[in-house]
Design a protein around this ligand. Structure first.
Ligand code: URA
Length: 435
């Protein structure tokens, strides 16, 4: 077998055999296949696709490339949650403490930013002192004592995905149903949870631009999870415009805290409550009653129990829980540029991918694997789709520590806004729940 033949076979639209997939994936994971050949194969997969059968094989090979975590020492039904990636998506920081406050043990592994989308691990690391890696025993102890621990993917879990994810991030090979399915499901299956809630994003700021593609992705992941004995729910949610008003890292942590304090933008609050309710339901904490799960999560948020759980979670992982009272502890960017409307009207579209790219270029994301993130860089959206503006009104503020990058990010953010004479129709935030 050789790598060039396999790349050519996929480039020409052929279906790879399990042996060929294993040869490339394990060869790359172990260092025998170089980055450039794997990049070529990933691009061929993006362009030609893979069958569901190839995707199931790829997922299994990636899952078995490392360890499988045994979470049996944690009492209760362990429920994981994973987003397919979006812009301004800080739901894990809200949903995990809400579900934990309702009694669902949260033993979760999260990812870093991918392409123009942000990642929970990068956001958590913007909290000074916060540690995103833990030994297994410490992880289990944390969940048993605090009810919640969220760490980065360790090198032992699906190492094939860890390497492929980093390569896809910088080679324009993220948008593929097969690559996303295998990436998410390989590590979720290895991470040991009993049940998984998937947040499948759909729209301009998602890897799946259309509802049909998002639905296919959701169905493939639910089928693969169920085939491995997991309870699964997928929520298909809108990502035409960014979620909430904050895009970046520390700025998103601030917005998550606002929501946990009972405020924050309506869309992020509503989606977080939906996802948390689905977790409570799968975690068997509401006796299978969806309405009861909804009441429980609302109560956890409104009573402050979820905020208290977030503080315990931050403290347990080395951060200062005082960030919930003093946002300055999260740091301040050195430069900020205001972006203003050039005409009157309504915001007819706010392109989430364009905002994600502007935020990435401001320093909040990586352009090369080794790039360091500017944790305080990002964008605050003053106006979103459907809102009225007058010429000169503030559309958004772009900030960070590198003046040239902030100015370039501001020019890009301006291009994300479309302004027209008619107020656009409202789109549904939650499009479907597949369980
Ligand atoms: N999240 C992942 O873990 N992998 C992807 O490919 C996309 C989103």
């Amino acid at each position: 077998m050789n790598a060039i033949d396999i790349i050519n076979k996929k480039r020409l639209g052929g279906a790879l055999s399990p042996d060929e997939i294993e040869y490339m994936v394990m060869g790359f994971t172990e260092g025998a296949i170089p980055d450039y050949q794997m990049s070529a194969l990933l691009m061929a997969i993006c362009l030609q696709g893979m069958t569901k059968e190839e995707t199931v094989q790829l997922t299994g090979i990636m899952r078995d490339s490392g360890e499988t975590v045994d979470l049996s020492e944690i009492k209760g039904v362990k429920v994981d949650k994973h987003s397919t990636g979006g812009v301004g998506d800080k739901t894990t920081l809200i949903v995990a403490p809400i579900a934990a406050a309702c009694g669902v043990p949260i033993a979760k592994m999260s990812g870093r930013g991918l392409g123009f989308t942000g990642g929970t691990v990068d956001k958590m690391e913007s909290i000074p002192g916060f540690v995103t890696s833990m030994e297994r025993d410490e992880f289990i102890r944390s969940v048993n004592e605090t009810g919640i621990a969220v760490i980065g993917q360790t090198g032992h879990i699906a190492p094939a995905d860890k390497k492929m994810y980093a390569l896809r991030d910088v080679t324009g090979t993220t948008e593929s149903i097969s690559l996303i399915t295998s990436s998410i499901m390989s590590k979720k299956l290895a991470a040991g949870a009993d049940a998984i809630v998937l947040d499948v994003k759909c729209g301009a700021g998602a890897f799946m631009k259309t509802y049909e593609d998002a639905r296919e992705l959701a169905t493939w992941m639910v089928d693969i999870g169920k085939g491995s004995g997991k309870s699964m729910t997928a929520v298909i949610s809108d990502m035409e415009q960014p979620l909430g008003r904050a895009v970046g890292n520390s700025v998103e942590v601030r917005e998550a805290i606002d929501v946990l304090q009972g405020g924050g933008p309506e869309d992020i609050r509503a989606l977080s409550l939906r996802l948390a309710a689905e977790m409570v339901l799968l975690g068997d904490c509401a006796g299978g009653d969806r309405a009861k799960a909804e009441t429980m999560v609302l109560e956890a948020l409104d009573s402050g129990a979820a905020l208290e759980k977030f503080r315990q979670f931050v403290a347990n992982q080395g951060g200062d829980p005082a960030i919930t009272e003093d946002e300055k502890l999260l740091g301040e960017p050195a430069f900020a540029v205001d972006v203003r409307a050039e005409n009157d009207g309504y915001i007819t579209a706010l392109d989430a991918m364009q905002i994600g790219l502007a935020s990435q270029h401001t320093g909040a994301g990586r352009e090369k694997k080794e790039d360091e993130i500017d944790m305080t860089a990002g964008i605050l959206l003053e106006k979103k789709t459907g809102e009225e503006v007058r010429r000169g009104d503030l559309l958004c503020t772009v900030f960070g520590n590198d003046k040239a990058k902030v100015e370039a990010g501001a020019r890009e953010a301006f291009k994300a806004y479309s302004i027209g004479p008619e107020r656009p129709e409202k789109t549904e935030l939650i499009k479907e729940i597949i369980d």
